[in-house]
Design a binder for this molecule. Structure first.
Ligand SMILES: O=P(O)(O)O[C@@H]1C[C@H](O)[C@@H](CO)O1
Length: 307
């Protein structure tokens, strides 16, 4: 059997200068956020179809291309960005979902910046806020959909991977320091916990309240398998979630019984409508905030140069 890492490296070495073939930082672009590649210079684009082990992204707002390039002035920092990721709900196995992360680690990536679009469970998070993730709740992971099930992927990997500090503190500090340097308003960046759901259904109102009660601030359909693989590979991980829609709204629970009873005594209750999200809406907000996310990610990477 051919080693897909080796054959990919062989084909990339024919297309990339040596410096780009040794990226220090990896980026995963979330829904509608592939413009992150615009902050790269000397870019070389490699379609996933030219690489072994890579699937194809089937979700609008996700391309199927790797972008290699440099970020920042002078020598710059060599990076590789996934323009488009794989989600289990597309029918991809967890090993396909996580393969690019393992490949990036194999190329020499040390710091991984993962972005995603997510719904707000915490009512204080406005649409457009970028949430620096400091923890996660992953029901699929806890109940058997875990990319580390099965034999360890290599003898150098631990059997039991701790996730108590999966989200790098130095990278989270870099995110807030960069936002300050970019003069982003204080409410454009927040901190929180990401809940991973398999999708592709969006949450019912009760599921939203359940995840909120469990302590999550945002919910999405990706990222956690990538974080698990990255930690298995020993990478430092930063996750930035862009809030594209609200899932839980205060006083959003509507009791028809109460409503009718209130109507009968002549005191109709005005309650907010439960929001209905669509992927189109997710992409619109992604597009609106893509510039801020791009500048933030580029600034964080440039700040890592001296780290
Ligand atoms: O790849 P991400 O997590 O950014 O995409 C989110 C989650 C679903 O794939 C999709 C739902 O609108 O957007």
């Amino acid at each position: 059997m051919t080693d897909p890492f080796a054959s990919n490296i062989e084909s990339l070495s024919k297309r990339l200068p040596p410096r780009l073939l040794a990226p220090r930082v990896g980026i995963v672009c979330g829904s509608g956020l592939s413009n992150l590649a615009e902050s790269l210079r000397d870019v070389v684009l490699v379609p996933y179809s030219d690489l072994e082990g890579f699937g194809r992204s089937t979700v609008p707002g996700h391309k199927s291309t790797l972008a290699f390039g440099l970020v920042g002035d002078g020598e710059g920092v060599p990076v590789v960005a996934m323009l488009g990721r794989f989600h289990p709900y597309e029918g991809h196995s967890l090993s396909t979902v996580t393969y690019p992360i393992r490949f990036m680690a194999h190329l020499g990536v040390k710091d991984l910046i993962i972005t995603n679009a997510a719904g707000a469970l915490n009512p204080s998070l406005a649409v457009g806020t970028i949430v620096v993730i400091h923890d996660h709740i992953a029901l699929p992971l806890m109940t058997g959909l875990n990319p580390l099930l099965g034999p360890p992927t290599s003898a150098k990997h631990e059997r039991f991977v701790p996730l108590s500090s999966a989200y790098s503190r130095p990278l989270r500090l870099a995110a807030f320091r960069t936002a300050h340097a970019l003069q982003l308003s204080s409410d454009s960046l927040a901190e929180g916990t990401y809940a991973w759901v398999s999708g592709p259904t969006y949450e019912t109102p009760a599921e939203g309240r359940f995840l909120r009660a469990a302590g999550a601030d945002v919910v999405g359909m990706s990222t956690v398998p990538e974080v698990v693989a990255a930690r298995d590979e020993g990478l430092n991980v930063l996750v930035l979630s862009l809030v594209t829609n609200k899932v839980v709204i205060p006083d959003g629970y509507r009791s028809i019984k109460e409503e009718v009873e209130a109507e009968l005594i002549g005191r109709p209750i005005e309650r907010p409508q439960t929001p209905t999200v669509s992927h189109e809406e997710v992409l619109i907000v992604g597009k609106q905030k893509a510039g801020v996310m791009k500048d933030l990610v580029a600034g964080i990477i440039a700040s890592l140069r001296n780290a």
